[in-house]
Design a protein around this ligand. Structure first.
Ligand SMILES: Nc1ncnc2c1ncn2[C@@H]1O[C@H](COP(=O)(O)OP(=O)(O)O)[C@@H](O)[C@H]1O
Ligand SMILES: [Mg+2]
Length: 280
């Protein structure tokens, strides 16, 4: 599919990636058979900011998340971490670069407890005899879990019960705590409030804000515009597989976001821009 990019006559312009972005893409193309899910998608997010990624159903949000998190290799285009080209050969590479994802289905093991879920596949071991890696260090894992729960405001004891006994908001909390405890640069959340009620949604959005305030870049995928307007610092709009606009929170309004997503006529006062790097 690389020929596709060349065929379009448009090379990826790496010079346009601002150096202060935590994670960026330029010209990402992904096709599933005859469906062009992403048609040259650009994206930028920054440390300490909540960047909302919005778009109508089928706009390509989840596909872009898969590329950002290393789960899917793009047919063309580039990913940049900290302004440098980055190529992930799978999710482990993205995780090694400090990028963690909270998938829409949460990917939790329901029969296990919160602590076990947070460390699933990445358990902390104590030094055993002769320095060999020995027992699982349950005490230090529980301490990390308790610290994350407290900092994120998750109202549950991470040492008790299994995830299947928890509420939707608490489960979301476990998944976010897991991502945050491992992430060093970016946390991506795909529709974290889609299945939640009003109170739990507020809890998760407060959590999202705290994660950004810690200095991580947060990417929030959502189709709930009131969630987006309440927590995002910046909004990137995807339509038909391309970024069509990037707004600051100050610029964004419900009418502007909806009209940009749907391709309707934006209010004349709007500032449709894709060159978000040049105005700082
Ligand atoms: N595994 C897949 N196989 C075929 N088509 C897919 C697959 N995943 C997504 N698509 C299609 O790609 C487009 C973008 O989908 P997606 O990234 O899920 O959009 P969004 O998350 O914004 O709703 C849609 O037309 C969707 O039907
Ligand atoms: Mg989706």
């Amino acid at each position: 599919m690389n020929s596709d990019l060349r065929g379009s006559g448009r090379l990826v312009d790496t010079a346009s990636v601002p150096l202060d972005t935590a994670l960026s893409t330029r010209g990402i193309r992904v096709s599933y058979g005859h469906v062009h899910a992403l048609r040259g998608a650009d994206f930028d997010c920054r440390a300490g900011e909540v960047t909302a990624l919005i778009g109508d159903n089928g706009a390509g949000k989840s596909t872009l998340v898969k590329v950002l998190s290393g789960a899917l290799t793009a047919d063309a285009g580039e990913v940049f971490v900290g302004g440098e080209p980055f190529r992930a050969n799978g999710p482990t590479d993205a995780q090694a670069a400090g990028i963690e994802t909270v998938w829409q289905d949460l990917a939790l093991a329901p029969d296990m407890g919160p602590v076990a879920n947070m460390f699933l596949g990445r358990e902390t071991r104590r030094k055993g005899l002769l320095g060999a890696l020995g027992f699982l260090d349950n005490r230090s894992m529980a301490a990390v879990a308790q610290r994350e729960f407290a900092q994120l405001g998750v109202t549950a004891d991470p040492r008790r019960g299994s995830v299947s006994d928890m509420s939707g908001g608490q489960r979301q909390g476990v998944a976010v705590a897991r991502a945050v405890s491992w992430a060093r640069t970016v946390v991506i959340l795909d529709e974290p409030t889609a299945a939640l009620g009003v109170v739990q949604t507020k809890g998760v959005l407060d959590m999202v804000r705290r994660v950004a305030d810690r200095g991580l870049a947060v990417v929030l995928i959502s189709h709930n515009m009131s969630d987006v307007l309440s927590v995002a610092d910046r909004v990137e709009v995807l339509r038909l597989g391309q970024r069509v606009a990037s707004y600051t929170r100050q610029e964004a309004s419900l009418e502007l976001l909806v009209s940009t997503m749907t391709g309707g006529t934006a209010p004349s006062t709007s500032t449709d821009r894709t060159d978000i790097g040049g105005d700082r």
